[in-house]
Design a protein around this ligand. Sequence first.
Ligand code: GLN
Length: 276
Amino acid sequence: MKTLKKTLALLLAAVLTAAAVTGCSSSSSGTDSSASTAGSESSEFDASTDKYLKDGVFTVGTNAAFPPFEYIGDDGNPDGFDVALIKEVGKKLGVDVEVQDMEFDTLVSVIGTKIDGAIAGMTINDERKEKVNFSDPYFDAIQFVLVPKDSDIKTTDDFTGKKIGTQKGTTGDYLVQDMDGVEDVQYDKGIQAVQDLVAGRLDAVILDKNPVETFAAQYPDDLKALDGADFNFDTESYGIVLPKDDQPLTDAVNKAIKDLKDDGTYQKLIDQYFNN
Ligand code: GLN
């Protein structure tokens, strides 16, 4: 009797072990629990031990003059899609988020000192990647051209001899700097360029698509927006900017972005801030 019990127990154990093994392999190839289960359980991000977030606050820089991604809201604080997105990322990481408004072209240089990260419609590019980490892309963009309503600018050739306003240190600024025979007039804020365009001091302004569309809608009688694809401008991708020496933080932010897409929060914010 004793031996039979023992044999049965051993048999049961063997069956359970086999079930566990097959169960494990079938679940990782089957349902939603793909890469995120096995790997990240052990490498789960712990903000309290993170070099930058251990104080419980994720201090994030932006330039709140880039609607609808960032702008100063009615209450005087930064608001916009990026601001809302980074607050949701903070919730996933278990930290408070403090957004600081600063000049766009200083953001990269103060990551890791003044600020723990930045979200500013910032295009991922190799030059910046030498100094900072970028999250996975969270939004696709392209440069657009804003011109007076009666302008006959249609192709890149039409820019020759013209004065084009840009925001200093942006991809639009670099694009215009690379054009021959074109005067690049740099501004701290895109809206200042737009105001000079309305006042007749510029022939065009080149900025990212969504801000251009927002500004064009603010001056419907004066301005029109032209699609950068018609000028063969490259597509760009925005990334959240993070310190170069904190890969665990970058990984955790990537996971947060993915989770926010999977759970519908990302789409909810798109619907909220891009009401075209
Ligand atoms: N996407 C552009 C860049 O990264 C502009 C960003 C901005 O003006 N906030 O340079």
